[in-house]
Design a protein around this ligand. Structure first.
Ligand code: RIB
Ligand code: CA
Length: 314
């Protein structure tokens, strides 16, 4: 087995963020150095509390810090409570955090982590890109300490918050533009793939049957997350954020295409769109490896096996 890849997890938990962290923490291919909370699905105060509760549930022992509670230059969008609930992570009761929040900001924890790592670190971003962009603005000298950014965001063919824009990118389009223009290798898990990475009711039953302390929570998160998506016609719960983790540890389950992606920051109808040059008509060198398809049965099998790993821990 290769040496585990050092990662920083940046998220706005969020049900699918939480399940992404369940997978990341179970994988022996990743070494989680730090966790940071970002404003998105809920305000950053709720996001950091949810992050620490998830870390406590899964036994993830790493420093955790909170980012700013607004996008770089805009007002926050308000995510309706019917997707993740008032708390941002409604559903089953979760343990109270066993770790304190770091006194430093998310950006300073990221910077400290990059400086202290003996090799470049991968950032797994599954919320708006505010923290990551701020890190690049405040510490340009650390850019070469970032190996790559695996992010959930955007959609080459369509959006989910507007017809053009996906939530994470639209929430802070200027931050996304800074990240996509940084030159750091990007893996983009956009809606084109994440809406195919569905957990269907029969998959939830298989997870429920595992019956370990983590699976007991995950199946209830899935049921909560699926309830909203079922109401708008989905045939399962889309594991948006899990794709950003799975792309690092099981790239073989995805079809990927490298392309130049530019973020629209001032379109009347298209602000927040990830404009992907699928046919390379601009001739500009690709800046992102976009996930465009997934072997869903294998994705679900792997996700289920990572949840089963928590049986051995008990
Ligand atoms: O558009 C999907 C993204 O927004 C995911 O990160 C999910 O957490 C939602 O909040
Ligand atoms: Ca998220």
């Amino acid at each position: 087995m290769n040496k585990p890849v050092p990662v920083i997890l940046d998220a706005d938990p969020g049900h699918d963020d939480a399940i992404a962290w369940v997978v990341a923490n179970a994988s022996k291919d990743l070494k989680i150095l730090a966790c940071t909370a970002v404003n998105g699905n809920c305000n950053v105060h709720k996001a950091q509390y949810n992050a620490r509760r998830v870390m406590t549930l899964i036994g993830l022992n790493a420093p955790v810090a909170a980012g700013r509670n607004c996008p770089l230059y805009r007002e926050s969008l308000s995510a309706p409570a019917n997707i993740h609930g008032e708390s941002g992570l409604d559903g089953p009761a979760l343990p109270e955090p066993v770790m304190e929040l770091e006194e430093c900001s998310a950006v300073e924890l990221m910077a400290r982590t990059l400086k202290n790592s003996d090799e470049p670190v991968t950032i797994v971003a599954t919320g708006p890109l505010t923290n990551v962009a701020q890190l690049l603005l405040a510490h340009p000298e650390l850019k070469n300490r970032i190996a790559r950014i695996s992010l959930m965001g955007g959609g080459i063919k369509y959006g989910n918050w507007t017809p053009a824009a996906e939530f994470n990118i639209l929430f802070d389009p200027e931050a996304a533009d800074i990240v996509f223009s940084s030159g750091i290798p990007i893996i983009m898990a956009g809606l084109d793939v994440t809406e195919k990475a569905l957990i269907k009711p029969e998959d939830v039953e298989a997870i429920k049957a595992i019956s370990n302390p983590v699976s007991e929570i995950v199946w209830q998160w899935l049921e909560f997350f699926y309830r909203f998506h079922l109401s708008i016609g989905y045939r399962g719960a889309p594991m948006h954020d899990v794709c950003a983790v799975m792309a690092l540890i099981h790239p073989e389950v995805f079809t990927m295409q490298s392309m130049y992606v530019k973020i629209e920051t001032s379109g009347m109808y298209t602000t927040g769109k990830t404009v992907g040059d699928i046919y390379n008509v601009t001739g500009i060198k690709p800046n992102a490896t976009c996930l465009i398809d997934v072997d869903r049965p294998e994705f679900v099998r792997l996700l289920t096996e990572y949840i089963r790993c928590y049986s051995e821990v008990q």
